[in-house]
Design a protein around this ligand. Structure first.
Ligand SMILES: [Zn+2]
Length: 489
């Protein structure tokens, strides 16, 4: 079964409409005017002071320099309950408590320059109540939190080009470390730079005690790897596990792979299974948290699909809102395809696993994949959508290869979607349009909206995938599309 990734379960607040965002008090005039030879100014700044370990607390000062707003908000629904003592500094030694309105606080004097807002964040309390990295989660002597749950932002979040720059600095007790996917900049202290677009996509920040496992240099990307707590597997085993999993996506996406990937590994004590669960936030500097069995001593990709799955997510098309049949479904397909191509699974093992997944969830009669996907947050039918989406990916891959006589595949279309989405985030209609151009205008919509069985058994038979049990297949080379199957992996 697939994990419920952060990408699938986070609860962001509804954003102010585009029109409101445009007419809102966006800023920047003086700032971004300078032309190419003038550095972009910092639009807003956070000073974060961390204290306590067991009862961890953050005191945060937000300084808005180059952005106008009437209120500041947390971005994750419900996160405001851990925010305390929000006040605006209105003069030397004078500050005024701010009125709360749902997940936001209204400034008493929005015209002040700069606007300074101070507040406290109860990290320990949030970890106890949420226990979720999309908010705050404790892992032994470290905490991981999402910046969107902890850092108040101007409302609406400016969506300018170039994206407004943000700086953050941490003051921490001597024994506490900080790691985040952002660009580290020279001190004093622990300082990073990122921008509003990165905030919009979210970042996992880990504070406390953890270890760096170094940088993994891939062809197109580099992975900054950390581990929290202790694992029975050696550091070398952990590095090799992630390096191999990341190399699969690096080879797949090529130059479309994000240049830097931030991964935190969290061993779960007493568990010997390999990858257990993972969560990904995927703006241009993506961050990944992967939970694995602390008792596992070996981590072969033959037995782990979690790391390949989570890392593949970072190159998924950038979408304007959640499209689980695409993002989760197609990633579920590729977690097997890429492992087979890398030799971690034999072709027969990969087809057996695909068959095991799609036979139950490809299209149980009743509700279409598109409507299951749209209602995923209400129904929690994750396996249905993940494997139903994988089934769709499989059928489309075969269709594209058949129509193009082996010249193109779903790989090309995934890269096309990724490239297009880097210019402009895609919505579902745009994704369907690209998939339809590669197959046929009506096919993708028909498969998405079909409420009866999809032709997966016929397709497998044509590929020479002969079903011999609920999770076992045998491969034959005398089927009409055996050559296409062999080209897939
Ligand atoms: Zn996923």
């Amino acid at each position: 079964m697939c994990p419920v990734t952060g990408a699938g379960c986070s609860r962001r607040l509804p954003r102010t409409s585009v029109r409101a965002a445009l007419s809102a008090l966006l800023v920047c005039a003086a700032l971004f005017l300078g032309g190419a030879d003038r550095p972009q100014a910092i639009a807003w700044h956070y000073a974060v002071q961390l204290s306590g370990s067991e009862r961890a607390r953050a005191t945060i000062e937000l300084t808005l320099r180059e952005v106008e707003t009437r209120r500041v908000c947390v971005d994750m629904s419900g996160a405001s309950r851990s925010v305390r003592k929000v006040e605006q500094v209105v003069g030397e030694g004078r500050s005024v408590p701010l009125q709360k309105d749902e997940e936001c606080w209204t400034l008493v004097n929005p015209a002040l320059r700069p606007v300074r807002v101070r507040y406290e964040y109860d990290l320990a309390g949030a970890a106890d109540s949420f226990d979720n990295a999309d908010y705050v989660q404790r892992h032994g002597e470290a905490l991981t939190f999402s910046d969107e749950a902890v850092l108040l932002r101007p409302d609406p979040l400016p969506k300018l080009q170039p994206s407004p720059l943000i700086e953050i600095e941490f003051s921490v007790p001597r024994e506490v470390q900080v790691t985040a996917p952002w660009l580290r900049i020279p001190g004093p202290g622990i300082r990073y730079q990122f921008d509003a677009a990165q905030y919009d996509g979210g970042s996992y920040v880990t504070v406390g005690k953890f270890r760096s496992l170094g940088l993994l240099a891939l062809k197109n990307s580099r992975v900054e790897l950390y581990v929290v707590g202790t694992a029975k597997a050696s550091d070398e085993t952990l590095r090799t596990w992630i390096e191999k999993a990341a190399a699969m996506s690096d080879g797949f996406y090529g130059h479309l792979m994000p240049p830097v990937v931030h991964i935190v590994l969290v061993p779960i004590a007493g568990r010997s299974s390999l990858g257990i669960f993972g969560t990904v936030l995927r703006p241009l500097r993506p961050s990944v948290v992967i939970y694995f069995g602390g008792d596992a001593t070996e981590l072969p990709l033959h037995d782990d699909w979690v790391a390949p799955h989570e890392i593949f997510h970072i190159g998924n098309p950038r979408v304007r809102y959640k499209i689980p049949w695409l993002v989760e479904g197609f990633t579920t397909y590729y977690q097997d395809v890429l492992r087979a191509r890398a030799g971690a699974l034999t072709a027969e093992e990969a087809w057996s696993d695909l068959w095991d997944g799609v036979r139950k969830y490809c299209q149980p009669a009743g509700t279409s994949l598109q409507s299951e996907s749209a209602r995923l947050r209400q129904t929690y039918h994750y396996t249905r959508v993940y494997w139903g989406g994988a089934c769709l990916a499989l059928l489309l891959d075969v269709e594209i290869r058949t129509r193009s006589r082996g010249q193109r595949s779903l790989d090309d279309v995934m890269r096309e979607l990724r490239a297009q989405s880097l210019r402009k985030q895609l919505d579902e209609a745009a994704v369907i349009a690209v998939l339809s151009r590669a197959t046929s205008p009506a096919l993708v919509r028909r498969y998405l909206q079909e409420t009866k069985s999809l032709p997966v058994q016929e397709t497998l038979r044509a590929l020479g995938v002969e079903v011999v049990g609920p999770d076992r297949v045998r491969l034959r080379d005398d089927a009409p599309k055996s050559a296409i199957r062999r080209a897939m992996f």
